[in-house]
Design a protein. Sequence first.
Length: 319
Amino acid sequence: MVFRLAFKVTARSTMIALGLTMAIADHASAAVCGGTFSATGGGVQCTVGQTGQYLINAVGGSGGGTSNSAVHGGFGASVSAEYYLTAGEVLDLYVGQAGASALSSGGGGGGSFVLIDSSRTVLLVGGGGGGAGYNGNGTNASLTPDGTAASVSQGYPGGAGGTGGYGGASNGGSGGGGGILGNGATGNGPSGGGGGGKGLTGSPVLAGGAPRDSISGAGGFGGGGGAGAGTGAGGGYSGGGGTTNYGGFGGGGGSFVNNSFEGYLFVNLPELANTLGDGFITIGLAPSVPEPSTWAMMLLGFAGLGFLAFRRRAITPFA
C-alpha cells in the first residue's frame, strides 16, 4: 500500500551533493521523463515535460547467482518519493544491473541512482544486493544509507560497509561496492581478489568491479563489486563491504531518499524488491491531492446534501 501525506518541503537542497562536482558519465540521448527506464550499462538522461509533482521509484539490481540453482543473489532495494519538478529540468538516471552469475561466487548488484543534472543533487538511490555463494543466498541491499559489512568467514571478519556515501572496504577477497562519493576497495589476497565497484566520482562512472577469475562473477553496473574468494558486494549510496580472502558473502549497498528537495512527499519506507535481475527506475506524474480548501468545499457540499435529505424526510406527509 502506498501512503501519500500532505506535507511538502519547498526549499531546494544540494546537501547530498555536498558541494562537490561529481564526474558525469556519457549519457544516452535525452528522453521525456516518463515510464520505466531499464538497465543499459551506462547513464541516461531525461527531460521533464511539464511542471508538476512526480512520483519516482528506483530499484537496485540483485546480486549474481551460482551454478547451484537452489541459491540466489541478494535482493536490491526499492525506494520511492514524490518531488516537484519543473518543465525543462534534466534528470540523470543510472539503472543498476544484476551482478554476473558464475560457478562459485556471484558478483555484487549495482545500485540505481536518480540525480538532478544541473546541481548533481542526489534524489534517490536503491541499493544493490550482494552476490550468492555456492552454499548460500547473497546479502540483501541495505535499507539505510550505509552499506552492510561482509560476513565473517573461517573466523576472519569481512570488510566494513561504506558510510556517508563512500565505498565499501575489502578484507582481501571480493571487491567492495561503490558509493556516491567513492569507489569500493579491491580485494588483495595472496591469490588476488575481485575488483571494487566504481562510485559516482569514479571512472568509468559506477562501473562494476572485475571478477578474480573465470569461476567468479563480475559486479553489475551501479557500483557492484567483483567476486573473488567470496561474493561481490552491492553498490549503492554507500557500498557494501567485500569479503576476506577465505570466502564469505559481500555486503549489500545502501539506499537513500532525499527528504529536503522541493516538493518532497513521503510515499513509503525503503523496502526489498524481492525480485532477481536488473534494477529499474520509473517516473510519472503523481495523482493529484486535493488542496485543503477543496476538501473543505467537498465536506460542506456533503453536509448540505445530508441536510436537504433530512428536511425532505421530515416534511414528507403520510399517505
